[in-house]
Design a protein around this ligand. Structure first.
Ligand code: HEC
Ligand code: HEC
Ligand code: HEC
Ligand code: HEC
Length: 446
């Protein structure tokens, strides 16, 4: 939950979340897979480029991105943490001699492009650098520094479209969830790797954002709101999950299913904290591990608002998936494929929806109602719900849909919700539901 706390601190820098203009977003080649050499962070960080100490008053971009990244953004430390005590422990337990030399780790903890795509100033030790997200600069640096043309020309020359939520979600999730090239398995978790958690809008704010969405930004890149970014993030996360779950390279570990697809806390929480309660949308009895459905329950909610029939189909097929998971591998695979089919076109459906006006309040209301019906009995559900509430409340606030006493009361409820999810191992669903009730009363009192 560190990210939720950081969001509060850094959220003020991001006025509204960012834009979606170009419709071909999903087809992008990721920076790690693209062409063009990577020139290293120092190439971007000149004091007259992106390495200013303070933001420039008259520039369209802040210009101090490199300082933000170096001083406040964990990506700049991602290589160094491999040599930390924890990093070494993980490596030792896996029989990896040096994690700072192992592709297994570097693929997510650095800009690990092949040798032939590293220019002379490239340093692997710089971690997750500008080019790991914005793409190798060799091809676009010329256009970019010439000052002729604009963002479109950069994109045409190969810069990665981080402003487009679908493309951004795929980029972030490639490391924060994994893809067919790299993946944190339960064996890696078991060696000591931290659990991965992600929500696109929250993580964009808490990185922290090294950009400011102002009039100039909107003119260059278009506008959207945090709720839409959140919804798209959920759609992409579910797609990535179902792709991995149906990928035979990733869905099994020996005779066992790959345990990272399950709710970690179904197996890992102290036996003194008895918290199991039935969930209607899961339908499994006590003592059975449950698939991690944190993103699925959020996406079901989004679908329910934009296309109620689809929402119901997702709900019943998710229930079937949970049931199938208790019947073995073949049944799980079949149910996951059915759901995957149903969700074809979901990302573009969500992308072409606005989520403006009263819809934000509606989503918030359904989110809370589902929780009060017991949907967040598992920690992962509560964690995603908290990211969602924070995002929606921020978006409603910036659209002037929530202020004064109501806003204050909502924030009290939100704070109680943060507290209830602050420690995953001592999570108590009842405490979380109490917090939801506070938010519900406050939102309905507007
Ligand atoms: C699929 C991508 C991926 C792979 C592969 C991966 N990691 Fe990570 N790792 C992450 C992400 C993302 C985080 C940050 C999680 C968070 O805080 O939300 C992380 C966090 C960590 C941390 C905690 C850092 C901190 O600040 O406390 C350590 C240590 C670590 N990884 C070591 C390793 C080692 C060693 C390997 C190789 C055996 C490895 N990782 C492989 C993505 C990956
Ligand atoms: C973990 C991914 C990531 C890393 C690392 C990263 N960025 Fe970004 N950057 C983003 C995202 C996301 C945005 C916001 C969307 C957008 O406008 O493209 C962004 C936006 C920007 C912008 C556009 C601001 C605007 O107003 O249009 C600049 C400039 C920028 N980054 C420079 C850098 C530089 C320089 C570095 C390295 C020092 C860097 N970024 C590292 C993800 C990243
Ligand atoms: C190349 C892999 C990679 C990509 C791409 C990437 N990240 Fe990360 N991210 C990491 C790793 C590794 C860490 C952990 C670093 C550490 O703890 O030192 C991390 C850490 C973070 C953290 C801090 C988490 C915490 O627990 O405090 C945030 C926030 C974050 N990333 C957001 C993003 C966002 C938003 C994007 C997409 C715009 C993104 N990341 C793209 C690898 C990546
Ligand atoms: C089906 C049950 C199950 C699920 C689900 C599960 N694990 Fe495990 N986990 C185990 C077992 C069994 C071990 C081995 C315990 C031991 O060696 O003492 C283990 C070991 C671990 C360890 C090492 C503990 C130690 O004492 O060193 C970590 C860390 C871990 N798991 C993290 C996770 C994470 C993160 C998730 C979710 C992504 C997860 N597990 C999901 C059953 C599970």
């Amino acid at each position: 939950m560190a990210n939720l706390a950081r969001r509060l601190i850094w959220g003020a820098f991001v006025v509204v979340s960012v834009a979606l203009f170009h419709s071909n977003a999903g087809a992008q080649v990721l920076p790690s897979q693209g062409e063009g050499a990577h020139l290293g962070a120092q190439t971007c960080a000149g004091s007259t480029c992106h390495g200013a100490v303070q933001p420039w008053p008259n520039s369209s971009v802040l210009q101090n991105e490199a300082v933000t990244w170096a001083n406040h953004d964990k990506h700049s430390k991602a290589y160094a943490v491999l040599a930390s005590e924890r990093g070494k422990r993980i490596a030792d337990n896996l029989g990896v001699a040096d994690p700072q030399k192992a592709g297994l780790c570097l693929d997510c903890h650095a800009d690990n492009v092949p040798e032939q795509r590293r220019s002379k100033n490239f340093k692997i030790s710089e971690g997750v650098t500008c080019e790991a997200c914005h793409g190798g600069a060799e091809r676009w640096l010329g256009v970019h520094v010439s000052g002729i043309g604009g963002h479109k020309d950069n994109l045409a020359a190969g810069m990665y479209p981080t402003e487009q939520p679908v493309a951004r979600a795929k980029l972030c999730l490639s490391c924060h969830y994994g893809n067919s090239d790299k993946f944190v398995t339960h064996r890696i978790m078991g060696a000591g790797h931290p659990r991965l958690s992600f929500e696109l809008d929250t993580y964009t704010a808490s990185q922290p954002a090294h950009f400011r969405v102002d009039a100039d930004y909107i003119q260059r890149k278009g506008r959207t709101n945090g709720v839409k970014t959140w919804a798209i993030g959920q759609a992409v996360a579910v797609q990535e999950t179902l792709t991995a779950l149906t990928d035979k390279e990733r869905n099994k570990d020996g005779i066992f299913p790959e345990l990272v697809f399950f709710d970690c806390h179904a197996c890992h929480h102290p036996m003194s904290n008895l918290r199991w309660q039935p969930r209607e949308t899961v339908g499994l009895g006590p003592g059975v591990p449950r698939l991690n459905d944190g993103n699925l329950i959020m996406l079901r909610l989004v679908a329910g608002v934009i296309d109620p029939a689809l929402g119901e189909r997702i709900e019943s097929q998710t229930l079937q998936l949970h049931q199938a998971s208790a019947d073995g591998h073949a049944a799980t695979l079949a149910a996951a494929n059915t759901l995957k089919e149903t969700l074809q076109g979901m990302i573009s459906k969500v992308s072409s929806h606005d989520f403006m006006g009263d819809e934000m309040a509606k989503i918030l209301d359904v989110l809370i109602t589902n929780g009060l019906q017991g949907d967040y009995a598992d920690y992962i559900g509560a964690e995603q719900a908290t990211y969602a509430i924070a995002t929606i409340v921020a978006a409603m606030q910036s659209a002037n849909k929530l202020d004064g006493e109501a806003l204050k009361a909502v924030n009290d409820g939100l704070e109680a919700a943060y507290k209830a999810v602050a420690n995953d191992e001592s999570y108590r669903p009842q405490e979380y539901m109490d917090a939801l009730r506070v938010v519900q009363v406050a939102v309905r009192s507007r």
